[in-house]
Design a protein around this ligand. Structure first.
Ligand code: PLP
Length: 387
């Protein structure tokens, strides 16, 4: 008999009832160290006091009115995002998947009224952009597309790092390139800075819109507010979700005025997107992350964790191949099945997340303390020793 929850995830048996900082408490009272942060969602940890206060204050006032009216909480968050990024304008969604839908629509709409309309979106193998029809067509992997009938047309897939194919494919017929600056689900694979710069140049040469999917790597995870700040480029359109809501469903598409110019009333919509509760939390997340000390601390912790992981890998060469990633978006490339290592972590009350390419993802809350980090390194060591 089918379970009452559709079994589209392989779930671990733990059920959590509480969270504080980098820790989760299970139904049986056991405490787990959370190095997955809800897959990069709980960027400020669980029950961050400022987020709890923002949410409860808003919850006592107003939850929802829809986007038929002005939403001042949205305006505040949009202003913050515009102030701190390349963007001129923001559209709020509820998830990364929805952000992908809009980003693709916006790019095609941009080209639709022109003399030579373009529809083709170039994306990369191994990428992940959500599981909607546009998301699976963009990622193109057989695992996600098989059995779902004809895919949305107009997506081309390039191999990650195949420069020749990139140069051959990007021409004046392409509407947009869609890329994660650091692939998350694909196995923590950062696109090197010079490649991102080269991609931006190629797009400029052919008038192609550059869409960055910063759903997983954005919101402070790499040590900058957004990953594309490292190579010093700017996209035309950017997808955001996960960390921006700090655990509350919230996403956004950020765009330049030019890229968004064709979007008019009725071009896109969302009943819940940017609701007052989500935006009250998102605003607080932005305020915390843009405080002067926040990102320098993330970078300090990232360097410390990386050093610990390099030692771990050196101590367990039979289990690990190398450390990869950037900031607090790190991966352990395993020599044993990554899923087995994640299981071994559960036995040590440590939560990590498997990814493709046999990588174990470490995505701790950006607010983790040095003690949390040391506890995590000890548990990783114990998990490796148990194998
Ligand atoms: N894009 C990227 C890079 C992601 O990592 C994810 C989720 O893991 C998504 C899009 C989809 O986001 P959501 O699960 O919020 O719909």
């Amino acid at each position: 008999m089918i379970p009452s929850i559709l079994p589209t995830y392989n779930r671990a048996p733990m059920a959590f009832t509480h969270g504080d900082g980098a820790w989760l408490t299970a139904q049986d009272g056991a405490r787990y160290l959370d190095f997955g942060a809800g897959i990069a969602v709980n960027a400020l940890g669980h029950a961050h006091p400022a987020l709890v206060a923002a949410l409860t204050e808003q919850a006592s006032k107003l939850w929802h009115v829809s986007n038929l009216y002005q939403v001042p909480q949205q305006q505040r968050l949009a202003d913050l995002l515009v102030d701190h990024t390349f963007a001129d304008t923001v559209f709020f969604t509820n998830s990364g998947t929805e952000s992908c839908e809009l980003a693709v629509k916006m790019a095609r709409k941009y080209w639709s009224g022109r003399d030579t309309p373009r529809t083709q979106i170039v994306a990369f193998e191994g990428s992940f952009h959500g599981r909607s029809s546009a998301g699976i067509a963009a990622a193109g992997s057989e695992k996600m597309t098989k059995g779902f009938g004809p895919l949305l047309p107009g997506f081309t897939h390039l191999r990650w790092g195949d420069h020749d194919a990139l140069h051959a494919t990007l021409d004046d017929s392409v509407a947009a390139v869609l890329v994660e600056p650091v692939q998350g689900e694909g196995g923590i694979r950062p696109m090197p800075d010079h490649c991102l710069r080269g991609l931006r140049d190629l797009c400029d040469r052919h008038g192609i819109l550059l869409i960055l999917d910063e759903v997983q790597c954005g919101m402070g995870r790499t040590g900058k507010l957004f990953a594309h700040e490292w190579p010093g480029i700017t996209p035309d359109i950017m997808m955001v979700a996960k960390g921006i809501g700090g655990g509350f469903p919230l996403g956004a598409v950020l765009a330049t005025e030019d890229a968004a110019a064709a979007m008019i009333a009725g071009s896109h919509g969302s009943t819940y997107g940017g609701n007052p509760l989500a935006c009250a939390v998102g605003t607080k997340v932005m305020e915390v992350m843009t405080a002067p000390d926040f990102l320098p601390e993330v970078n300090r912790k990232a360097a410390r964790l990386r050093q610990g992981l390099e030692s771990l890998v050196a101590d367990h060469p039979d289990i690990f191949d190398h450390v990869r990633g950037t900031g607090l978006m790190l991966g352990l490339k395993c020599r044993i099945p990554a899923a087995d290592f994640v299981q071994a972590g559960y036995a040590q009350h440590l939560l990590t997340v498997p990814a493709a390419d046999n990588v174990v993802r470490l995505l701790p809350p950006l607010t983790l303390t040095d003690d949390d980090m040391d506890a995590g390194l000890e548990r990783l060591d114990a998990a490796a020793a148990s194998r």
